[in-house]
Design a protein around this ligand. Structure first.
Ligand SMILES: Cc1ncc(COP(=O)(O)O)c(C=O)c1O
Length: 408
């Protein structure tokens, strides 16, 4: 296939038809203008419509729109009744908000390991991490690949834990025919601009539980009772409301999401089939219980042995040079982030609460992923099918010509 692009050869994947993201569609423009010209810029019909339509889309009884996906997790934690000093299990390989929401509400995060095959919390590690102070688990449907609910639900039930499903990446994901987000107490979503349902900033929490929905609704609206306006406040809490403009954009984006997810899934199937024949590229297992996929990032694990020992970061550079926009993802597990140095966590907790020294923690699954992950973003999966087929060709080209890089 010729010389590698990184050493001056032609690209294997010239100008992939990857759409710009986010997409300013005509529908969104129309809704945004309508919201702008209405007198409802805050709570009102746009927010109610988004909440209704998203709840319906995700098979949930209730949805409460909020300012972003980080406050969505914090709100869910407060609404399930987490108290200062409680211990909450959190993922080790995710965006920091999946874990930082816990100290943000005054509770102690305890990290669980990640199953490197699925990128989700490892159920065995969850079981081992539970102590008598553990009150719940925040788990992520990482990259929209659902957590194994058959394994996790019995554990949370047996130990009487709450479960918050961080579904920031999982708009549209299904487990056994049911959308994710209501297997536990709350599902939380992000509509930040890189997500598959973007509204600039934004988020939503969903639940099937009437009482939890009422609490979350009150807490996100600075303590006002559900449906009330005015100056009676029943709970000391903050304002995490979404604006009507965010809602108008999200409604427009939601309309195109199901069709886009189908395209992504079809293109992903092409990649999975091709990657199965490439040594050194390991994909997530096919699981028939996952009946639909949502997307955000997508991931494969790179094994240098399949590429003559070429380091992961050099592989990424070579593939990027071929025209395939891949990247390495999280450099460190969340517990290695400077934000999780013990003194920083301690500052947010009540005095006298024991905080683990996360610097001594080693979770092999999460650390393996930091070293071996290769990511690509969901817009790549919207490229035309012939372009998608050039991606594994580019990988093979790097593999076949790896000698050019090893000699260098
Ligand atoms: C897994 C996960 N959870 C939560 C969030 C937080 O969402 P936001 O950026 O809307 O606050 C993100 C954002 O990237 C995320 O990836």
């Amino acid at each position: 296939m010729g010389k590698l692009a990184i050493t001056g050869g032609p690209r294997a994947a010239e100008a992939l038809s990857v759409p710009e993201w986010p997409q300013p569609t005509d529908t969104c423009r129309e809704y945004l203008l309508e919201a702008f010209e209405s007198a409802d810029w805050c709570r009102g019909p746009w927010i109610e419509r988004l909440e209704r339509e998203f709840a319906e889309f995700h098979d949930a009884e209730h949805a409460i729109a909020v300012a972003n996906g980080t406050v969505a997790i914090e709100l869910a934690l407060r609404a399930v009744g987490v108290e200062p000093g409680d211990e909450v299990l959190v993922p080790s390989y995710s965006f920091i908000a999946s874990a930082s929401a816990v100290p943000a509400v005054g509770a102690v995060p305890r990290f669980v390991d990640t199953d490197p095959a699925t990128y989700n919390v490892d159920p065995e590690s969850v079981r081992e991490a539970i102590t008598e102070d553990t009150v719940g688990l925040v788990g992520v449907h990482f990259a929209g690949y659902p957590m194994d609910m058959d394994e996790l639900l019995p554990i949370v039930e047996e130990h009487d834990l709450f479960l918050i499903e961080d579904a920031a990446h999982a708009q549209g994901s299904e487990w056994r025919g049911e959308k994710v987000g209501t297997f536990g107490d709350f599902g939380t979503f992000s509509f930040q601009e890189t997500k598959s349902l973007p509204s600039g900033e934004g988020g939503i929490v969903i639940t099937d539980d009437d009482v939890l929905a009422e609490r979350a609704s009150t807490m996100q609206n600075i303590g006002r009772a559900q449906g009330e306006t005015g100056y009676r406040h029943y709970h000391l809490s903050s304002n995490s409301r979404m604006s009507a403009f965010q809602a108008a954009v999200a409604i427009g984006q939601l309309e195109k999401l199901p069709e886009e997810n189908e395209i992504r899934e079809a293109n992903e199937a092409i990649l999975l089939e091709a990657f199965a024949d490439i040594d050194g590229i390991e994909t997530k297992p096919r699981d028939d219980r996952i009946t639909a996929r949502g997307y955000c990032v997508e991931n494969v694990r790179y094994d240098p042995e399949g590429f003559g020992g070429l380091p992961r970061d050099r592989f990424i550079e070579a593939l990027r040079a071929e025209g395939v926009p891949v990247y390495d993802g999280y450099e460190v597990p969340i517990y290695r982030q400077p934000a999780f140095f013990r003194d920083q966590v301690r500052r947010l907790l009540p005095p006298g609460i024991e905080v683990p020294d996360y610097r001594n923690l080693h979770l092999p699954g999460a650390e393996e992923l930091c070293a071996r992950n290769v990511s690509y973003s969901h817009p790549l999966l919207l490229a035309d099918e012939p372009d998608i087929r050039t991606i594994p060709e580019a990988v093979r080209k790097v593999q076949t010509n790896v000698g050019e890089l090893l000699e260098g």
